[in-house]
Design a protein around this ligand. Structure first.
Ligand code: ZN
Length: 320
């Protein structure tokens, strides 16, 4: 006897990417502009500690912090980890250490890359200094990395600094990107495969009998696997909705439009979808809708009214 081969579980690359634009308050503006000018600034907090990189609010009193001080560009490694396989856009393209460096004059440590020949060349307590980037724009990458340094510790304490620079940096754009392979698992693979036949399948909990759509493979309430696969819909009921007035980038839909929670017939919870085929201001809770597929679509393009009478509130009040 041979074991049945397990059903193929889907996998696909997934990239989530967006630019995150952030304005800088006076403290972060001074810190990043300072880096551009080869000056490392921290803040002095109410208990006399010097925090680098600076914080905007006192960690003890929560008061706003404004007392900027300059610290040295030399420091001591307080802990580290070796990175054998640098990834794109990391500070160095050769293996390096991620290190926490307490700069001379500071009481806290700054995370950055440390350029070293190998892990045997790195130790906690070693002395390092900033290697400045050749081109500096007012960003943490103006510190290209740290490098080993044999010289003495800076003797003087941190010096007060007014944080005033010509042409200060007032905002940054941080590119956020998650690049990974996603596997939806056995339950959602079945859901996605059914969608390719324009059917919607969920899974019923054997304990509480709730039908999950899309299925996740387990009932979060009962903590048991959901194995009983059931087809739901295709029609359903709008349980709640919102009117979208902001046009999304890359989405070719005229505003305003309606996005709704739709409880497909037989499902124990609502999924969401766009409502079309009816003026946006006539969409209502209880509206009966059905999916509209477009050629080659992998899921319903939108849902439109079926023309049936509205569902009674009692019929869907547990699904909102
Ligand atoms: Zn359950």
């Amino acid at each position: 006897m041979t074991a049945a081969s397990p059903p193929e579980v889907l996998r696909a690359p997934l990239v989530v990417e967006f630019p995150f634009t952030r304005s800088l308050g006076p403290v972060q503006s001074a810190f990043l502009t300072g880096l551009r000018e080869k000056t490392v600034l921290g803040v002095k907090t109410s208990d006399g500690r010097v925090v680098v990189p600076p914080v905007e609010y006192d960690p003890v009193t929560s008061e706003e912090v404004r007392a900027l001080v300059e610290v040295a560009a030399t420091g001591t490694v307080t802990t580290w980890a070796w990175n054998d396989h640098p990834r794109p856009h990391q500070p160095l393209d050769t293996p390096f250490a991620w290190a926490l460096v307490r700069l001379d004059g500071a009481d806290t440590a700054l995370l950055h890359a440390l350029d070293a020949l190998g892990p045997e060349a790195v130790r906690t307590g070693m002395r390092v200094r900033v290697r400045w980037a050749a081109e500096r724009t007012g960003a943490i990458t103006d510190i290209a990395c740290f490098e080993p340094f044999d010289g003495p510790a800076a003797e003087a304490g941190p010096a007060a600094h007014d944080g005033v620079f010509q042409d200060p940096v007032t905002g940054i754009v941080a590119e956020a990107r998650l690049d990974y392979v996603y596997s939806p698992g056995r339950a959602q693979t079945a859901y996605i495969n059914a969608l390719s036949e324009r059917r919607t399948v969920g899974e019923r909990c054997p304990s509480c009998h709730k039908v999950y759509v899309p299925p996740r493979g387990a009932c979060p309430t009962c903590g048991v696997a959901t194995t009983d696969r059931v087809e739901v819909g295709p029609a359903g009921t709008v349980t709640t909705f919102c009117i979208v007035n902001i046009k999304a980038k890359g989405l070719d839909i005229d505003v305003p439009y309606v996005y709704a929670h739709i409880a497909l017939d037989g499902a124990g919870l609502a999924l969401h979808g766009r409502i079309g085929g009816i003026p946006y201001d006539q969409v209502r809770m209880g509206l009966r809708v059905e999916p509209v597929w477009t050629e080659g679509g992998r899921y319903p393009d939108h849902y439109r009214p079926t023309g049936e009478p509205d569902a009674d509130y009692d019929a869907y009040k547990e699904l909102i």
